[in-house]
Design a protein around this ligand. Structure first.
Ligand code: FPP
Length: 276
């Protein structure tokens, strides 16, 4: 079944974004502020996580429609295991339910699902559901949705070095042949290009142990919205901001052949989105 298409006003916004410049190939998101969103409304924290699933659905759909190739969501960090037991347990139930409820729709929309992190730490039923969904979608060629679960950047790098050291011990790898590319091939993201754009919600200016290696040259966009209020309109603003940036990768401006999008066009786009 083909991808559900955007309609009406949303389609117009997407078309303008597509005309304005490059769409990032890989967007990574630190979804933050679920608890504060709920607290502001006098609701329990889990209500924020529930509403956060609706944001996940909307952002995944919009990314698929725009032709984003990879979307990585920081859904549960290594450090999140230290939260109160009942919140961890509710988050795991929510994840299980979201996987069950969304998998057919994701599959119909050609989404490929991947997971990075210490998956063996997740409850067995979550692992089973996750691995089943990954298997079901492995041949899909649309958006690749990467869920970072029980993940941290330091865990990823440590794990990579441990496995590489083992290969050195076995004589498969020579210390002198260790390069950045070789180390990257041991990371959990080995088949995934580095993020072009990192979005963090709730206004915090941290990367919180997310893709430490992979974010080396990513553009950062911090949104003041809490995650449950971060929907496609906010995503479009993040992408338009990205299109204004000049990615130099350590070079000087003159060495960069083309600007990413016309600045005036993108400025106009940002103004019109903020009025909606
Ligand atoms: C951060 O908000 C959010 C999380 C730790 C969990 C994110 C999980 C979801 C959105 C739901 C399930 C995900 C998927 C992929 C279906 P916070 O609790 O740290 O908020 P706070 O900083 O305001 O306390």
């Amino acid at each position: 079944m083909p991808l559900e298409k955007a309609t009406g006003q949303d389609k117009k916004l997407q078309d303008r974004l597509l005309q304005a410049g490059e769409i990032p190939q890989h967007i990574a998101i630190i979804m933050d502020g679920n608890g504060r969103w709920a607290k502001r409304r006098g609701m329990p924290r889990i209500a924020g996580h529930h509403e956060g699933v609706n944001s996940v659905r909307d952002i995944v759909e919009a990314c698929g429609q725009l032709g984003v190739k990879y979307l990585t969501l920081y859904a549960f960090s290594t450090e999140n295991w230290n939260r109160p037991k009942h919140e961890v347990s509710l988050l795991m139930r929510l994840l299980l339910r979201a996987l069950r409820d969304e998998r057919d729709r994701l599959h119909q929309n050609e989404v490929q699902l991947k997971a990075i992190g210490d998956i063996a730490k997740l409850p067995q039923d979550v692992q089973d559901e996750l691995l089943d969904a990954i298997k079901l979608m492995e041949d899909n060629r649309g958006l690749t949705l990467v869920l970072a679960l029980s993940y941290s950047g330091r865990w990823d790098i440590t794990n990579a070095i441990r496995r590489m050291a083992e290969d050195v011990r076995l004589g498969i790898v020579k210390p002198a042949s260790v390069t950045e590319d070789l180390l990257a091939s041991y990371l959990s993201t080995k088949d995934i290009p580095d993020p072009d754009l990192l979005v963090r919600t709730s206004g915090e200016l941290r990367i919180s142990n997310f893709l430490l290696w992979q974010l080396a040259y990513s553009e950062l966009f911090i949104s003041d919205e809490y995650w449950p209020s971060f929907r496609r309109k906010q995503l479009y603003s993040a992408i338009a901001e990205f299109q204004k940036r000049e990615r130099r990768f350590g070079k000087v401006s003159e060495q960069i052949r083309k600007r990413q999008g016309s600045l005036e066009y993108v400025e106009r786009f940002l103004k019109s989105v903020s009025k909606l």
